[in-house]
Design a protein around this ligand. Structure first.
Ligand SMILES: Cc1cc2nc3c(=O)[nH]c(=O)nc-3n(C[C@H](O)[C@H](O)[C@H](O)COP(=O)(O)OP(=O)(O)OC[C@H]3O[C@@H](n4cnc5c(N)ncnc54)[C@H](O)[C@@H]3O)c2cc1C
Ligand SMILES: *[C@@H]1O[C@H](CO)[C@@H](O)[C@H](O)[C@H]1NC(C)=O
Ligand SMILES: *[C@@H]1O[C@H](CO)[C@@H](O)[C@H](O)[C@H]1NC(C)=O
Length: 421
């Protein structure tokens, strides 16, 4: 898909304090490369990834739902900004809408509350009757099984892989360089990262800025950071129907069943479905963001499928480390104790920034924020950015126990509507 454009020896021969090293080229690293090289043309951007042929991280597997309304207003604002950017990427975003369904009284209350929140945030949102909801996705929804729907017409699906390659290509046009190397650690001198160690050799970084955009791999790479980095990788099952002819008519919105922790989307030539309805499962990532298939996920997916009208069409079982695109798979992404990303400058290491635990939904907006932060280098920010600085600060959990933070993060897995708060 992409190829490295520069060797480490070349990078080391041209040291400059103006350089920004981005480690990780998923949608987050790609967004950063795009905005940094556009806004800071006098600073050389160098993107390092262990692989340029394919997306080995979470970005390569995300079904790409972008629901802009979050219970956190910080995330809602970042998501709105992100959508405004993805809409400018050719083939990057489909405004198919998002539809939340509930079959219980308390769920319907949540829908009304979210409708009000959405309107206050300037997002279009409308409560639908069961019949109207079902008519938006008749193969998925049985009107008799829902009480109400909540339709967000400006939501949609991001083509995360298309956006990622587009951003990398545009960054290259502005002079960004790509290095292929697996980063293994850092040399620190006087509180500064002076060397990025990699399997392909040492990369000199004295005077440069280093940003970790390594998704689920971030906490193991951030061991030099003095405050806890509870970015916890978790397993998540997703599956497909076998291929079928494209549907005619209006595209289906992305559907979420509030009471069942399940969701589904139309992928064009097949449908996809995922479920959060299982105990959170911590999983340290290997080379890729695909974990081993667990037979328990078959039960989880079968249960989720029982809420879909065409549920029987989905494939429930998988085997081994199946990387085949259309079989059920265990995808890994990150959770944090407060559901918020880690985005900002690290304390205790003078040139290290984190940009991780970020969803496709908020990647571009967060990368724009970090670009502004790197540009102003600690100077006074706008009130909006001061709020982001606080909320996303990589040292906001300073002094807290790692164990406690990790269990808080895991508890977030099944609680996407922040009902505990
Ligand atoms: C099944 C599934 C469903 C999801 N559904 C959604 C959804 O509907 N909506 C949504 O918004 N989000 C969703 N997500 C989450 C979303 O995919 C991720 O949050 C997002 O893609 C993270 O992007 P990233 O760039 O931070 O990480 P990644 O895409 O994981 O990229 C990290 C990069 O860092 C590189 N890297 C890591 N370690 C090293 C190293 N040591 N040396 C060199 N390179 C390294 C990797 O090769 C990789 O390319 C889902 C994820 C999964 C798995
Ligand atoms: C998977 O499920 C299908 C039916 O959906 C069945 O035919 C097949 O034998 C199952 N495979 C495994 C490995 O369980
Ligand atoms: C809010 O954002 C967090 C972090 O990206 C995510 O885990 C959660 O699912 C979102 N909530 C909703 C209701 O979309």
């Amino acid at each position: 898909m992409m190829a490295a454009t520069v060797q480490i020896s070349n990078v080391n021969e041209n040291p400059s304090s103006r350089r920004i090293f981005i480690i990780g080229a998923g949608i987050v690293g790609a967004s950063l490369a795009y905005f940094l090289s556009r806004e800071q043309p006098n600073r050389k951007v160098i993107v390092i990834d262990k692989c340029w042929d394919e997306l080995l991280g979470s970005t390569g597997h995300a079904p790409g739902f972008v629901g802009q309304l979050n219970e956190s207003s910080v995330l809602t604002n970042l998501a709105k900004d992100t959508v405004s950017e993805y809409l400018k990427v050719p083939g990057g975003f489909n405004v198919v809408g998002g539809l939340e369904l509930s079959s219980t009284d308390s769920g319907v209350e949540t829908l009304y509350r979210r409708r009000d929140l959405a309107l206050a945030a300037g997002l279009h949102a409308e409560i639908l009757s069961p019949g109207d909801a079902a008519s938006l996705a008749p193969d998925f929804i049985d009107a008799a099984s829902v009480k109400n729907g909540l339709h967000f017409s400006s939501d949609g699906t991001a083509n995360a892989q298309t956006i990622t390659s587009y951003y990398i290509q545009q960054a290259q046009l502005k002079g960004a360089k790509l290095v292929e190397a697996t980063v293994t650690g850092f040399d620190l001198k006087n509180g500064e990262i002076t060397v990025i160690q990699s399997l392909a050799g040492d990369i000199k970084t004295h005077g440069s800025t280093v940003v970790l955009a390594t998704g689920i791999w971030t906490s193991s790479l951030a061991s030099d950071v003095p405050s806890p980095v509870p970015i916890v990788p978790v397993a998540h099952p997703y599956t497909f129907t076998p291929p079928r002819p494209y549907r005619s008519g209006a595209p289906y919105p992305f559907i979420r069943w509030l009471d069942h922790h399940a969701y589904a989307r139309d992928h064009g030539d097949r449908d996809g479905m995922g479920s959060y309805d299982h105990p959170p499962l911590r999983l340290d990532a290997g080379q890729t963001a695909i974990g081993p298939w667990s037979s328990e996920f078959e039960t989880v997916l079968s249960k989720a499928s029982s809420h879909l009208k065409n549920g029987k069409e989905f494939l429930m079982n998988g085997s081994g480390n199946d990387r085949n695109k259309y079989k059920p798979f265990n995808g890994i992404f990150s959770v944090t104790p407060d559901n918020l990303p880690f985005a900002g400058k690290v304390s205790g290491v003078s040139n290290l920034w984190l940009c991780a635990a970020i969803w496709v939904t908020t990647a571009a907006g967060t990368a724009k924020f970090i670009t502004r932060e790197i540009l102003r280098d600690g100077d006074h920010a706008t009130p909006e950015d001061e709020e982001l600085r606080k909320a996303l600060s990589p040292f906001r959990f300073q002094g807290m126990e790692t164990y406690t933070l990790e269990s808080q993060a895991l508890a977030r897995y099944n609680d996407i509507y922040n009902r505990e708060v």
